[in-house]
Design a protein around this ligand. Structure first.
Ligand code: NAD
Ligand code: WQD
Length: 348
């Protein structure tokens, strides 16, 4: 297939492009590089020995998007583009609504006007809200914006709901919504990985910075949760497994299968996680063990908006997409450190 990957220079997008190219697909990448570097795409080409057609374009620019569709035959789109920092979104809500919603609406409108009807959308476990009980299945209650504490998460739920509405009135559309749990790790080559700007918000990139001495110590947000060691439990999935999940999801576009997730049978929703929960201390201890290093940490108070435990029921993706993650916590921690060590300043 010819696949347009929006936001493909980013962390998950770049790893996904590698797996798409390795599976024989052609890739057109559109990214404004607001949170990424073109170097990631150069490295994708180095790893795969294949070419990516790259457009440095902002998805708010509908004319340029139109030109891209005029000049290329596109069979499917994968929509990764968006801003993703939960904390920042509470400080700059308008920026998040504007960027994430406008980008999505422009892409879908231009797609449909060029008779392209297949789209995969990057959603998040965040749509389940704070009260969901783990293991979380796809049909766990979703739909209450008030249960989502930050504008970033709300953009994900709003886009999901838009997709259901659009699908209802357009029988040709096929939509796959993938709800990621906690993507971590890096490509085993050490060439691709997560390169957050400024102070990392998420656990694994923060540990990686401590590991190479860029940060003094990790702050563990609370050890009084109702979990085995008191620290928060999450469902970490290796980014290469997550990338493979997108390749698996493309099969939906080649079948006549109907979904039971409503949207007239043409919206398919899947959790992408491992179904296994690890605590913050599990991650720290594993990082130390597999990399033979010490991670300094202190226990701090809880972070606003965190829950004690969050992991998915991965059964649906396993049964319907034949998707089963292959990599474990050891691989996630080893590959994260390998990338950070080889690229102490990220892609710069
Ligand atoms: P990322 O920031 O590394 O990648 C997103 C890419 O989109 C970046 O390259 C950025 O430059 C680009 N982009 C942003 N706005 C754009 C615009 N207006 N026009 C063109 N390009 C634009 O993030 P990621 O971790 O790779 O996440 C990819 C997607 O997955 C995001 O939608 C994110 O919300 C979602 N997601 C991520 C996680 C996670 O923990 N990383 C979890 C769940 C869902
Ligand atoms: C994991 C655990 C923290 C940092 C976020 C988004 C979610 C999704 C995935 C996009 C928690 C603890 C963290 C630190 C810590 N992204 N922690 N010290 O919050 O589960 O999910 O990323 O859709 O929407 O909210 O991930 O990596 O931030 O936290 O102790 O410096 O690590 O309290 O228990 P989270 P995380």
């Amino acid at each position: 297939m010819n696949i347009l990957v929006a936001g493909g220079a980013g962390y998950i997008g770049s790893h996904t492009i590698v797996e798409l190219l390795n599976s024989g697909h052609n890739v057109i990448c559109v990214d404004n590089l607001s949170n990424s570097s073109k170097v990631a795409i150069d490295r994708v080409e180095e790893i795969t020995n294949k070419k990516v057609l790259f457009y440095k374009t902002d998805l708010s620019d509908k004319n340029s998007l139109n030109d891209i569709f005029e000049n290329n035959r596109i069979d499917a789109c994968i929509m990764f583009a968006g801003l993703k920092a939960v904390g920042e979104s509470t400080k700059k809500p308008l920026l998040y609504y504007m960027n994430n919603l406008t980008s999505f609406m422009n892409l879908v409108e231009v797609m449909i006007s060029h008779n392209c009807y297949n789209i995969i959308f990057s959603s998040s476990a965040t749509v389940y809200g704070l009260l969901a009980k783990s293991p979380i299945s796809e049909d766990s209650y979703v739909g209450d914006l008030g249960k989502i504490t930050n504008p970033y998460g709300k953009t994900k739920l709003i886009i999901e709901q838009m997709l259901f509405d659009i699908a209802k009135v357009n029988d040709k559309l096929k939509i796959v919504i993938l709800r990621y749990f906690n993507p971590v790790g890096a490509h085993k080559s050490g060439l691709l990985g997560e390169d957050p700007r400024g102070i990392p918000n998420n656990l694994m990139p923060y540990i990686a910075k401590v590991a190479v001495g860029k940060m003094e110590k990790l702050h563990i947000y609370g050890n009084d949760y109702n979990t085995k060691d008191g620290t928060g439990v999450r469902d970490y999935i290796h980014v290469v497994d997550l990338a493979m999940g997108h390749v698996a999801a493309l099969k939906i576009f080649e079948t006549n299968k109907k979904s039971e997730d409503s949207g007239n049978g043409n919206v398919f929703v899947y959790n992408l996680g491992t179904g296994v929960g690890y605590s913050v201390l599990d991650v720290v201890n594993t990082y130390e063990k597999v990399n033979n290093i010490k991670i300094n940490y202190v226990i701090d108070g809880r972070r606003d908006g965190d829950v004690d435990t969050l992991y998915c029921n991965p059964k649906k993706a396993r049964e319907e997409l034949n998707f089963k993650p292959q990599l474990g916590l050891d691989d996630m921690c080893r590959d994260s450190y390998n990338f950070q060590k080889n690229n102490p300043n990220g892609y710069n």
